[in-house]
Design a protein around this ligand. Structure first.
Ligand code: SAH
Ligand code: SF4
Ligand code: F3S
Length: 475
């Protein structure tokens, strides 16, 4: 059992990591010869999901160890890196556009290193396109080899040749990489990587490899040290957190992990995403209900309300199963806030089938929805399906869905008027003198207050409920 508990079938050979330490030392020497007494500057921008943001924090951590300081100004940077996302075509187009804009900057600044990494690079046709059409990109690496960044940079600095490394198939888990966290009171904790679900529309299993869970104790001890460092909100990340350690003993699976983190002393809130309805169990809902630190917020993507479309999507649940989960969740947690993801215009979705999506939204009463128009991803099954529905019709469905959700959310927020909620104060709001805080249910409330409240929990009474942003005052 102990053997299993360490879950170390995914650990990287320590010799590989030792080698990276040597590279890091050499990079520091080269950089200081080139830039001292100044520090070289790195610009890092991440697209996509929180999992990618978390990778970006590790990349920044490594860059800081190599002697870079971070900058938000592209023109000031000696090292530029885009950490990319491949989930929809639009996400990719933006990256190509932004990489194009680097060309004139690089022409003026020959020493600048331009790097691309992340999910987009894990697709062969993209890596080929970069190789051929973007000769000024120096470094391209995939999602499985972040820990080799010291070596890549060393090779860029010393060989003058372009470096491409998209190796690592199903990837490994590297513990103890340095992390430069973006926030000082909210933290991301990845608990698993990759995905085995192969939803027919989705590129993630191809670019992130097979599902693999981090060691239980490693996750708990990271959570503990974050709480000790004063973090107030921990978000556990995975494409499908419910299947965390699913081949191991129950005492090591996701509900047990929630309970173990909940037991850490301190005033903090636990969030997690994403849950797949297929693996969402009574044990999970019960753990949520029992654990006072776990936010009563469930992000449970349904994608479509129609059974035929769900089958085509390879989602492994139907409308009835989804609705029974929702019913059970509301029974255990009457004030639960539920959010979801929906895809509109999946290939072959008829107007009638789309009505099932609308009726499901009407039934569940989501706090908010992330709505997407289907985007064909090369290499996925759905990209090969006939898709006769015209774009205008898909746009019409999209608008019908967002209009419906807006009306429902309006009614929901109206019911919040006069009630008091505990919020984690996150940042100054746009309006002068106002702060922005988030309720446990993931609703944003803006209220007048002093910036020194940022990073603390406060009770706020809702005074003016608007659909998206509620106004309130300190209770
Ligand atoms: N692992 C999560 C989802 C990650 S991707 C889950 O299964 O719930 C986030 C969302 O992007 C998905 O839930 C889906 O709604 C959307 N999405 C993924 N691929 C898409 C595509 N090809 N076109 C449009 N939306 C897509
Ligand atoms: Fe993509 Fe499905 Fe995996 Fe989510 S569960 S990442 S939608 S394949
Ligand atoms: Fe995008 Fe990769 Fe996340 S494709 S959504 S960054 S896993």
């Amino acid at each position: 059992m102990l053997e299993q508990k360490r879950n170390n079938q995914f650990s990287v050979d320590p010799a590989v990591l030792e080698k990276q330490k040597e590279y890091a030392e050499m990079v520091r020497t080269v950089l200081s010869a080139r830039y001292a007494p100044k520090e070289p500057k790195a610009f890092v921008h991440t697209y996509g999901c929180q999992g990618n943001v978390s990778d970006g924090e590790k990349i920044k951590g490594i860059l800081c160890e190599l002697g870079f300081s971070l900058t938000d100004d592209l023109n000031d940077a000696d090292f530029v890196l885009y950490n990319t996302c491949a989930i929809r075509e639009h996400a990719q187009d933006r990256v190509f556009g932004n990489v194009g804009k680097l060309k004139p900057i690089k022409e003026k600044k020959r020493d600048m290193i331009i790097a691309l990494c992340g999910c987009m690079m894990q697709q062969d046709y993209v890596a080929e396109k970069i190789k051929k059409s973007y000769p000024y990109v120096d470094l391209v690496f995939g999602t499985h080899v972040i820990h080799k960044l010291p070596e890549f940079i060393y090779r860029c600095l010393c060989s003058g040749k372009r470096v491409f490394d998209l190796s690592g198939g199903d990837g490994n888990i590297v513990e103890d990489l340095p992390i430069h966290r973006d926030g000082s009171f909210k933290a991301w904790i990845p608990i698993m990587y990759g995905c085995n679900n192969f939803c027919s529309y989705c590129v993630v299993p191809y670019v992130r490899g097979r599902e693999r869970s981090r060691d239980f104790d490693a996750v708990v001890s990271e959570a503990k040290s974050l709480v000790e460092a004063g973090y107030k909100e921990l978000t556990l990340l995975g494409q499908n957190v419910n299947s965390y350690n699913k081949d191991l003993d129950e005492s090591l699976r996701f509900p047990a992990l929630l309970r173990a983190i909940n037991a850490i002393p301190g005033d903090f809130i636990i969030r997690f995403m994403t849950s797949h309805p297929r693996d969402c169990t009574t044990a999970l809902l019960q753990a949520m209900a029992d654990c006072e630190k776990v936010a009563k917020h469930l992000h449970l993507p349904f994608q479509s309300g129609n059974d035929r479309v769900l089958r085509e999507m390879n989602r492994h649940y139907d409308r009835a199963k989804y609705l029974s989960l929702i019913e059970e969740a509301y029974r255990l947690m009457p004030h639960l806030s539920i959010t979801s993801d929906v895809i509109v215009g999946f290939p072959g979705e008829t107007a009638e089938e789309f009505e099932d999506t609308l009726s499901l939204v009407e039934k569940v009463k989501y706090t908010s929805l992330f709505t997407f128009i289907f985007s064909p991803r090369p290499g996925t099954k759905a990209a090969l399906l006939a898709d006769p529905t015209p774009r205008e019709e898909k746009n019409r469905r999209f608008k019908a869905l967002t209009d419906l959700q807006e009306a429902l959310a309006g009614a929901r927020t109206l019911a919040m008027k006069g009630k008091t909620y505990r919020v984690l104060v996150e940042e100054p709001a746009k309006a002068q003198g106002f702060l922005s805080g988030r309720t446990e249910g993931n609703v944003i409330i803006e209220f007048p207050g002093c910036p020194d409240l940022i990073g603390t929990f406060q009770n706020v009474t809702v005074t003016e409920p608007k659909t998206w942003v509620l106004k309130g005052e300190l209770a």
